[in-house]
Write a protein that binds this ligand. Structure first.
Ligand code: ADQ
Length: 487
């Protein structure tokens, strides 16, 4: 109990009164828990993502509820409900499972969410697939999520809906019970008007969002794009300055609330003995080569192919660095059922093979490719090990890897090369910012990073760490709800 009180006391204290009087109901496509079989039956193990880490103490405090799909990984559960009560004495909350049929998984999740909205919201119009059967299932599945919320929630609850999979849910809820207060946070970018209007269902999607009391985006640019679309497509009054959308019967608040990470957890782990040992072991193996690191979910938005081409250009231009750099690319398998992802994986495999074939001389291949999920400890060891992090998505809502890399720089000697098209670039201004499509400049920036003085590295890391410490994941929650508290 003591640890828990400290957690709430230190980091989320302002929200204590608010959430003891109002229950938090979080809704996301996937529940952040994974089933694990034990001798006593199935236990649900909490994922390591920032969102669940930050919301866990609030959910316990408010006796809350998290509604979502289990990703098809669990066994049928009686009543579709599980109580999270471990560790004992720290309060409890409930998970409510939403079951999806094969058709829903295929049309709502893999197709409309991940092959229509995901590419469109990232400005990859050419990859967006417009299919009215998928839209119909997306619509019905959102109505089904909304129905589950309506069964569970009361007007005094704070309902917080997460992400693009559930864009229609706020309006469905509002329509059926105007006393409920849904809030929304979008984890992807929101595209400019000229991109968004291409979507045949742009109007109902905007109307869906507008069922919310408040809509949060990572950065001001996305919030501005959204306001622009609302004004032009729905012909509704918008006050840009205050971020207020004026509907006939009520207002909707729109704002920028950049998500972050559990900074202290990453920093402390980077200092831990086990991580230090891992780093030393890798270093002994790799020697004094300059280590450049890329870490991503394997997704075409992350710019992995262009990054590899920039490394290739670097090796072409700076012959003396052949066998003196090692580029480690870590990729987590993702959406492997979607064709675009399978094709992209093949392309990346081939590009790596080609570059390694071209530049492997006497020594090591220049690219080391890890295609699997890593434990937090392994990941942090790579962050600490890397002299340079090359985080160059073509477009990214925020990009937490960049923030995790900075938090893990306990020796203050890493250089972050970051895409200017990641939301994180708005805050991490001491990174070397690049246009990821400008392969020549990215390759020159690698050179600049290698040549950077220790003093300059330290100065930049310290500045970004100061900000990271202050604006961690707990700050994000306070920032979002603190404002609600004053409404
Ligand atoms: P993602 O696109 O998944 O999230 P990101 O923000 O980079 O992207 O977060 C990835 C997370 O996965 C990180 O916390 C990282 O630690 C973890 N991870 C990455 N590679 C891993 C590996 N090999 N093994 C284990 N873990 C790994 C979406 C949006 C982002 C936005 C987040 C949060 O696309 O833009 O930043 O949501 O809002």
């Amino acid at each position: 109990m003591v640890g828990y009180q400290l957690e709430m006391g230190g980091r989320l204290n302002q929200l204590r009164d608010f959430f003891t009087s109002r229950r938090l109901v979080v809704v996301s496509n996937r529940l952040p828990y994974n089933p694990s079989r034990t001798s006593g039956g199935i236990r649900y193990v909490k994922g390591s993502g920032g969102l669940v880490t930050a919301l866990d103490p609030i959910l316990r405090l408010s006796n809350g509820l998290w509604i979502g799909w289990d990703g098809g990984t669990g066994a049928p559960i009686k009543g579709r409900r599980v109580t999270i009560s471990e560790p004992e004495g720290e309060g409890s909350y409930q998970l409510r499972f939403v079951d999806l049929t094969e058709k829903e998984i295929s049309h709502y999740y893999y197709s409309f969410s991940n092959r229509t909205l995901w590419p469109l919201f990232h400005n990859f119009i050419g990859k967006s697939n417009f299919n009215s059967a998928h839209w119909k299932t997306y619509f019905k599945t959102n109505a089904y999520f909304a129905g589950t919320i309506l069964e569970e929630a009361n007007p005094s609850d704070i309902i917080w809906i997460q992400d693009y999979h559930l864009s229609l849910v706020p309006n469905f809820i509002r329509y059926q019970n105007p006393e409920l207060s849904p809030y929304f946070f979008l984890h992807t970018p929101f595209p400019p008007y000229d991109t968004f209007r291409v979507l045949p269902w742009c109007k109902p999607i905007l109307e869906g969002f507008l069922g919310s009391e408040k809509i949060g985006f990572h950065v001001k640019g996305y919030a501005d794009n959204f306001l622009d679309c609302v004004q032009k497509i729905l012909n509704v009054n918008v006050d840009r300055e205050s971020g207020i959308i004026e509907l006939e019967e009520r207002n909707v608040k729109v704002g920028a609330h950049p998500i972050s990470i559990d900074y202290d957890a990453f920093h402390d782990m980077a200092l831990a003995k086990r991580v230090t040992k891992r780093v030393e072991k890798h270093r002994r193996r790799i020697g004094d080569r300059v280590i450049i690191l890329g870490v991503d979910r394997l997704d075409y938005t992350k710019g992995i192919k262009e990054r590899l081409l920039a490394v290739e250009r670097f090796l072409e231009k700076h012959g003396k660095f052949r066998n003196r750099i090692l580029f480690i690319q870590v990729a987590v398998p993702s959406r492997t059922r979607v064709d675009e992802y399978r094709i992209m994986k093949k392309e990346i495999d081939e590009t790596i093979g080609r570059i390694n074939g071209r530049f492997t001389g006497e020594g090591w291949p220049p690219i080391h490719y890890i295609y699997r999920s890593l434990s937090r400890e392994e990941l942090v060891a790579y962050y600490r090990l890397a002299d340079i992090a090359l985080i160059t998505p073509g477009r990214d809502g925020m990009n937490l890897i960049a923030k995790e890399y900075i938090a893990s720089q306990v020796d203050k000697d890493g250089v972050l090369v970051l895409s200017e098209f990641a939301g994180a670039a708005d805050e991490l201004t001491e990174a070397l910012l690049v246009n990821p499509y400008d392969i020549q400049t990215v390759s020159e920036t690698i050179y600049k990073a290698i040549r950077m003085s220790s003093r300059e590295k330290r100065r930049r890391v310290e500045k970004m760490q100061d900000l990271g410490k202050r604006r961690d994941i707990y700050h994000w929650v306070r920032d979002f709800f603190g404002e609600i508290d004053q409404l």
